[in-house]
Design a protein around this ligand. Structure first.
Ligand SMILES: [Zn+2]
Length: 179
């Protein structure tokens, strides 16, 4: 997995493309939380869930179905009825789904069950430039950890900053053309 911070950064980068008048800060916090939540499945390691099962790591919580349901549960809690909930749903869905996509771009670990619970297959993206993060803190405090941070700085943080800048610029240009 990319580290927790990098998943949150990717979700926050969606902000400039999705923001709407009246959206409060808690919407962005919720998006960041959605992007981090799928890794709650690591408790399965300690609970004896077999790796590769649908409830194992990178299983159901990393699926598109989980992203859709989580977004549907959270959207009504964050915005009142009649406001742009469908747009917020899309934002939260993409924030959650971005987690699996980034995991599928790492060079190690098990594949991502994007289509669980309908398909147990595990998938990677054809392009996997992100160095997989070790699960233990001790392993992270080594040259492996440095390699992880360097690859995430480039492929997650820099890419996110670029995406957010372009989205911000485009939405401003669009608003200016309407004014
Ligand atoms: Zn993950």
């Amino acid at each position: 997995m990319p580290t927790v911070m990098s998943h949150a950064v990717a979700a926050l980068a969606l902000g400039p493309a999705f923001r709407r008048a009246g959206w409060r800060t808690r919407v962005w916090w919720a998006g960041a939380l959605c992007a981090v939540l799928p890794d709650a499945d690591v408790v399965g390691f300690y609970a004896g869930v077999p790796l590769g099962s649908v409830l194992g790591h990178r299983g159901l919580t990393h699926s598109l179905a989980f992203a859709a349901v989580l977004a549907a549960v959270l959207a009504p809690l964050l915005l009142p009825r009649g406001s742009s909930r469908a747009w917020l749903w899309l934002h939260l869905f993409l924030a959650t789904a971005s987690h699996g996509v980034l995991d599928a771009m790492t060079n190690g670990g098990i594949g991502v069950a994007f289509f669980a619970p309908f398909d147990a297959g595990r998938y990677y993206l054809p392009w996997r430039p992100i160095v997989v993060s070790p699960l233990g803190v001790r392993a992270f405090l080594s040259s492996w950890g440095v390699a992880v941070l360097a690859s995430e700085a480039l492929w997650v943080w820099l890419a996110s900053a670029l995406f957010a800048s372009i989205a911000w610029w485009l939405t401003r240009a669009y608003a200016a053309s309407k004014a």
